[in-house]
Design a protein around this ligand. Structure first.
Ligand SMILES: NC(=O)c1ccc[n+]([C@@H]2O[C@H](COP(=O)([O-])OP(=O)(O)OC[C@H]3O[C@@H](n4cnc5c(N)ncnc54)[C@H](OP(=O)(O)O)[C@@H]3O)[C@@H](O)[C@H]2O)c1
Length: 278
């Protein structure tokens, strides 16, 4: 039995679907099974990584687990997993742990990695770079007037499709390679300006990127992130203007098929960007 935590998230939901398609027995942990909307055949259980008393039942009979990195909450999960006889943990981490200055986000992921490495179980770390899924945050402004407002529009990153991160996690669960780390990026170096253009070209609509001061973008980010996380992301973008994030190729090496392009990602999410007609 494979337990997937974070099963309703960008990565976890795709992971659950891939594991079910591969014929695996899958249990999915969520804080709210009523709204989880996971595929038939998945055993959906209620659980919360910050509430240790919910975990032993979820871990019963589990030999491998995909672990979502809830900072400060993993030790209890790992202790319960060891107790349940779980053998292998695949941790969702971040490429920020490899940065010379990991920053607020990287430090938290490093702490999660350390907790897993300190357990008695074998592990694999999946360290994705920027998720293409973040750009779903552009869906509302694009539906409104086709204009995305942000800072450091020319910063070049290598965003990765959440389905490809899930594919790496599938590999790590089905063919465990202990103490392995996978740094995962998408196949193209693209600036924000490029990505907004690709959205327009793929969907046949007019789009444009409008540069706004860093402080304006920071204010927007603070709606959903604490200040050190917002500053870290803006610093990362600023740095990527002179030093583009490198493109890595583990998706192709591991799955045998090319990593999905940004245009493929946009086409997959076309409905989110499409203007609604009432
Ligand atoms: N976005 C990026 O560019 C990027 C890049 C590198 C790394 N990352 C890392 O990737 C992670 C985000 O992954 P994602 O986008 O797939 O997630 P997501 O879509 O934000 O979904 C969050 C998931 O975590 C689960 N969750 C949250 N708190 C929980 C708790 N206390 N107990 C149990 N489950 C909990 C939620 O489950 P329920 O609500 O169903 O309980 C949900 O499935 C973050 O750690 C982020 O730092 C992101």
């Amino acid at each position: 039995m494979i337990l997937v935590t974070g099963a309703t998230g960008n990565v976890g939901r795709n992971l659950v679907h891939e594991l079910v398609d591969a014929g695996e027995r899958v249990r999915a942990l969520t804080r709210d099974p009523a709204t989880a909307d996971l595929p038939d055949g998945v055993e959906t259980v209620a659980g919360d990584l910050t509430r240790p008393e919910t975990l032993p039942a979820a871990l019963q009979g589990v030999d491998r687990a995909f672990l979502f990195p809830v900072h400060g909450a993993l030790e209890a999960f790992l202790a319960a997993a060891e107790q349940a006889g779980t053998r292998h943990i695949v941790l969702l981490s971040s490429d920020s742990v490899t940065f010379p200055r990991p920053g607020w986000i990287g430090e938290r992921h490093l702490a999660c990695e350390q907790a897993v490495a300190d357990s008695a179980m074998s592990w694999t770390f999946v360290r994705p770079g920027l998720f293409m899924a973040n750009d779903l945050g552009w869906a509302a402004p694009i539906r409104r007037d086709g204009t995305v407002r942000g800072s450091y529009g020319d910063a070049a990153m290598a965003p990765v499709d959440e389905r490809d991160i899930a594919a790496i996690a599938v590999h790590a669960l089905l063919a465990p390679d202990p103490a392995k780390t996978y740094e995962v990026t998408g196949p193209q170096s693209l600036s924000q300006i490029d990505r907004v253009r690709v959205i327009g070209e793929t969907l046949g609509i007019a789009t444009r990127f409008e540069e706004v001061p860093r402080e304006d973008t920071r204010r927007q980010l603070l709606d959903r992130l604490p200040p050190p996380a917002a500053d870290f992301l803006l610093d990362q973008l600023s740095a990527a203007r002179s030093t583009p994030v490198p493109v890595l190729t583990p998706v192709e090496q591991i799955t045998g098929r090319p990593a999905r392009t940004y245009a493929e990602w946009v086409a997959h999410h076309a409905a989110s960007f499409a203007r609604r007609h009432d």
